[in-house]
Write a protein that binds this ligand. Sequence first.
Ligand SMILES: [Zn+2]
Length: 306
Amino acid sequence: MPVPDGKDAMLAITFDDGIKSHYDIAVPVLEKHGIKATFFVTINNIGKPGRITWEQVQDMQKRGMEIGNHAMTHAHLGKTLINTKGLNPEIDKIKIQQIQKKNHDLMLFELIAPKKIFEDHGITIRTLAFAGNSRPREAVKLTKENGMLPRVFETGYYSKDDEKSHAKKLDKILKKGNYTILMIHGVAEGTGGWSPLRNLEFFENIIADFTKHSDRLYIDTMAETSSYRERAENSTLTELKNNEYRLDLKNPDTISGAGKVTLALNGTYKVFVNGQEISMSGTFFNASTGDVIRLAPMKETAPEAP
Ligand SMILES: [Zn+2]
C-alpha cells in the first residue's frame, strides 16, 4: 500500500515522558517547521518539577500536537506483571487465576485508566507508548481492545547520537515504503529528560533535515500515521463491475476506522471517484472508505495518416 500522497516514506516524531522542555523548546521548533508531533505523557508526573502541567498539555493539543498515553505511573510492565511460567496449570489453577486477575487489574490501571483521566481534561487519546518500551503481548492486546494504537517499534535518538549516526538513520527513514516512529526523550543536554540529545543545535538540525525531505517524507502525528497504516493494511477493493470498485475495510473493527487512503494505478486511466473525475499526482490518487472508483482507459490516439 502506498505512502500518503504517493510519497516514499512515512515518519512520526514522538517525545516521551512529558518533560518541561518538550513544551518550552520542542514545540516552538516543530511549529517553525510546520511539523505535528506526538508527546507521550505519564499521568502521575504531570505538574511535577521539570515536567509539563495540565495547562501545557491542553495548550499543546490546541496547537495541533498529539498527546499520547504513557501510562499512569510509568511502571515497566515486563517487570511488574507476575509471571506464571513456573506454575503447574493443574495443581496451581487457583493461584494462576489470582495472578492473572492481578495482572489484568494492573494493566487496566496503568494503560486504560489514564485514557479516561486525559479525556476528563479535554485531551483526546488515540495512541499509547509503553513505559520503558516494555510491551508484553497481553498488554498490547488490551491497548488495542481499548481503542488505542500502541507504539510497538521505534527508532530512538539518544545522547550518543551525532551528525554521522543521524545521516545513517535518515537514510533508513527515507527508504521507499518505510514507516518510522522516532523516539526522543531529552531534547538537549541540560534541559531535562532521559538520554538528552547533545545540544539544541543538533535537535534543530535533525528536525530541519526531516523538513528538507518533506517532498519524499510524509510527516504527521503517530495517531495519523499509524491510523493511516492500519487503515491501508485493512483496505480492499471490491469489484462491482468491470473497471468499477468500492474501497472497503476488510475488518470494520479497525481502530483507525473509515477514512482516506492513497492508491496506486497500474496503467493509464482516467479515474472517477463517486462519479467525479479526479486529478492524479503521478500514478497516485486518494479515496476514502466506501468510495466507488471507476477507471476509464485512456483512448489511444490514432496514428496520423501519412
Ligand atoms: Zn518513558
